[in-house]
Design a protein. Structure first.
Length: 220
């Protein structure tokens, strides 16, 4: 493995975790098994970033478009999310990982939102890796929502049109308190952003891996 230059590592890595379903299909297994093995890769990569003292790791976990999948698969994903949150809280605390999410949480159940809030609260004082999950997220919808919010502020005369600049736009994005990613990784062989961090990735470096997400590990 190539020796890393620890002085030039990215501060913020974002990952599009693609290929769980195709990984399962290639092994003639149910898609749900692919998603479960994808969780294992999340654990490996989170621990690797923590060891390397990466400041931020953002994982594209569930898009708004994913809610159009068959109801059984969506329910399975929600169940897996719930069980993973519960099982990982103590590990995040032990590894000094601060957990957060961004997305349109009204798409999530009250139970999931309560579990997310509990994990956020339990890890809020940690000072190591900031682990962000993009849940029920859509970058186009995020930008549309930002336009709507700024327009409302202008209509209510709380801000002037001349006040609108890049900094003002970023204040109304879901990632307003997170720095832009330095590196974006996509697994699974496709070379596209799939509606993920469109504004935030203007100056981001991209790396595309042909590996399916369950096969992606620390050495990658």
């Amino acid at each position: 493995m190539t020796k890393l230059n620890l002085q030039s590592l990215p501060s913020h890595i974002a990952i599009i975790m693609d290929g769980n379903g195709r990984w399962a299909k290639s092994k003639m297994l149910p898609r749900s098994i692919g998603h479960k093995n994808g969780v294992h890769s999340v654990q490996l990569i989170s621990e690797a970033c923590s060891k390397l003292k990466i400041s931020y790791l953002t994982l594209y976990t569930l898009s708004l478009e994913n809610f159009d999948r068959p109801k059984s698969e969506v329910n399975n994903l929600m169940s897996l999310l719930s069980s993973t949150i519960k099982s990982e809280i103590n590990k995040m605390k032990d590894n000094n990982i601060k957990f957060n999410i961004f997305g349109f949480r009204n798409k999530l159940s009250d139970q999931i939102n309560d579990e997310l809030d509990f994990a956020i609260s339990e890890t809020k004082n940690n000072t190591g890796l900031n682990l962000n999950l993009a849940l029920a997220y859509s970058s186009r919808y995020e930008i549309t929502n930002m336009v709507r919010l700024i327009a409302k502020q202008v209509m209510e005369k709380k801000i002037n049109i001349d006040d609108i600049n890049e900094k003002k736009v970023e204040e109304y994005l879901l990632t307003y308190n997170v720095p832009d990613p330095d590196l974006l990784i996509r697994t699974g062989g496709d070379n596209r952003l799939s509606n993920f961090l469109l504004w935030q990735s203007a100056y981001t470096e991209f790396y595309f891996s042909n590996k399916y997400w369950p096969d992606f590990n620390e050495s990658d």
